[in-house]
Design a protein around this ligand. Sequence first.
Ligand SMILES: Nc1ncnc2c1ncn2[C@@H]1O[C@H](COP(=O)(O)OP(=O)(O)OP(=O)(O)O)[C@@H](O)[C@H]1O
Length: 263
Amino acid sequence: MTTLLAVTGLEKRFGGVTAGKNVTFSLAAGEMLAIIGPNGAGKSTTFNMVGGQLKPDAGTIVLAGQDITGKPPREIWRLGVGRTFQIAQTFVSMSVVENVQMALISHHGQTRSVTGAATRLHREAAIGFLARVGMADMADRPVNELAYGDVKRVELAIALASEPKLLLMDEPTAGMAPKERTALMQLTADIARAHGIGVLFTEHDMDSVFGHADRILVLVRGEIIATGTPDEVRSNQRVKQVYLGEAGSQAALKARRQAAEVH
Ligand SMILES: Nc1ncnc2c1ncn2[C@@H]1O[C@H](COP(=O)(O)OP(=O)(O)OP(=O)(O)O)[C@@H](O)[C@H]1O
């Protein structure tokens, strides 16, 4: 598999706190990589260094052969690192398709030239992205009338509209019911594989992680203590000791079995 993202020796300190220490990993196109670990382990820090919101103290981040280390977020986004965001309150009264059109307008750098014509621009392309997430038939509904799981799918379509090579998802299933979580993660994995998009995500929900990640990276106090397939990570003794515990390990096993039934 081709390496999409290569992260080498990232370091980040906040005063006396080590939030990243020799963080090294790679991610292939079409791969779902989860970062897990206890609160304060450095998951968001790692994420934000890849997205450009934080500058690493040391180390390199290479995306599709291009060094993006320490570049500003907007440039990193332009070079192909997308991110899912909650739809802002100001946009929820707009329709589903208009939200995706706005993302396309921004992606094509047309924000300044748009006046009142936004409703017509990129409508077809926007519906194409909605079709990818199974929301084309809801295109003209206002976002604030949708069920929460559907809002999450629209957020995914918005992120896809910038045609990212790599998609960052920070706790994508937070606040969702278990069934909706599975559906969103499965949809994300299908899209990632079909379009060769790499997905880096953090998640506290063990079912989402162990059921849908291709590989998992375990961070503790800024350091990677294990990387591997869900089964390798689940049965790793150190991970069991310092993070999952017996209950977490059992939950992970259950998630693996459920995922195997679905596939
Ligand atoms: N801007 C900052 N200033 C100072 N300390 C910070 C800052 N951001 C993070 N930290 C510290 O760095 C460590 C790692 O934090 P980070 O948010 O990356 O962890 P996390 O794994 O994402 O945690 P959580 O699961 O709670 O979201 C923590 O000790 C945190 O307090």
